[in-house]
Write a new protein. Sequence first.
Length: 150
Amino acid sequence: MRKSKVWISIVILLILGLHALPVLSYQGHRQTRWPFLAWAMYAKSFPPGPIQTVKRRIVGRTFKGETTQLTGYLVGVPTPTLRNAYIKPLLAGDSTAARELLSRLNRDREDPFVEVWVEGEQHTLTDSGIVKENFRGTTFRVHSSDKIGS
């Protein structure tokens, strides 16, 4: 046998052996050792049951009564920031997030927003098909003590 074949075989066996490292050194839920997380395909497994997804959107109404879906572009933040800083807190009933959002939206607007709410639908996959349930969160309005368009 040639020496190069022996070295190539040793490298291949070493690489294959390293794949056993996560199994041999299992660290529990937050395993981070090389070459990959052990059983990563099961990291976010869900128990058996219906499959659900939720579509949420934030909506605002202006002083003149115009209703507009508020996007990250309109608010001036990336979509994940819109979700984490405004949609989730509004769903939890956080009026501070609503006040901050209205203040941010109303900068330099001739027709200021006077109320915002989160609405959407939950889709559930069942044996008989897809069930759609609409929901609407609490509406937050500008108080008389708040400055509109400040």
